[in-house]
Design a protein around this ligand. Structure first.
Ligand SMILES: [Fe+2]
Length: 245
């Protein structure tokens, strides 16, 4: 594929990360891949970048993306079948990205069946980009009590935290792991998100690296990251826990 980035020197790949735990690659469930062809294209891209395992995490978001195990698992099975037919050398697992809203806190309190991953230990949650969630603390507390490891997705993208970095430390102290979006390091989401991502990495507050891949532009930006100085920054802080997943 022709790319405006194709002339830059590639410094490495994501083999050292191994597992992607955050993406929207199952087709037709949310604002990510829409067709099986889209999904295969993105998975081939991840394989090419050195990934060995992909944990698929469609949005679960109120009435906007009302996903649950009965929508996600059948679609996931079809995707697994398709990658076998294409001979992709990737292990796949199904999870979800739960919005920490009133619906989710109720599911947690009522101990409803949740899409966790890696031996049912880990669960990925997010907040709105507009405002902090009043439910996150209760969710994190209850999930830990129930034996799960909550992971907060893309903390660097919550602009309302940029001027209160103590919040990141607070969530870590409450037992939440933090997952950085690799694309944040390219400036894809803007300068302030990039700066927040760099600071979080340098402060060694990040536990996991995710792609949050939705579409081909994200794949291209991930490939571009491998040609930038921030790829070196990632490789300098090899404390990620992705290989535990
Ligand atoms: Fe996501």
């Amino acid at each position: 594929m022709l790319s405006i980035f194709s002339k830059k020197k590639v410094l490495g790949n994501f083999e050292f990360i191994g597992t992607d735990l955050h993406n929207h690659i199952i087709p037709g469930l949310d604002d990510g891949a829409q067709t099986m062809n889209d999904s295969i294209y993105l998975l081939q891209g991840l394989e090419g970048l050195g990934y060995k395992k992909v944990i698929c995490t469609p949005h679960v978001l109120g009435n906007i993306y009302p996903n649950n195990p009965s929508t996600i698992l059948p679609a996931f099975k079809l995707l697994e079948q398709a990658i076998k037919e294409k001979n992709l050398n990737l292990e796949l697992e199904a999870g979800a990205e739960y919005m920490a809203d009133e619906f989710f806190v109720e599911m947690v309190q009522q101990k409803k069946s949740l899409l966790t991953f890696s031996n049912h230990k880990y669960i990925l949650i997010e907040m709105s980009y507009l405002a902090t969630s009043p439910y996150l603390e209760e969710c994190v507390f209850q999930l830990i009590l129930d034996g799960y490891q909550p992971i907060l997705a893309h903390p660097e993208r919550y602009n309302y935290y940029h001027k209160q970095p103590e919040k990141y430390v607070l969530w870590k102290e409450k037992g939440c792991w933090l997952q950085l979006n690799a694309l944040s390091l390219t400036g894809y989401y803007g300068k302030h998100v990039k700066q927040a991502a760099e600071k979080l990495l340098e402060a060694q507050l990040i536990d996991l690296l995710g792609t949050d891949m939705h579409h081909a532009q994200h794949l291209e930006a991930l490939q571009y990251l491998c040609t930038t100085n921030n790829y070196r920054l990632l490789a300098q802080y090899p404390h990620f826990k992705n290989n535990l997943l």
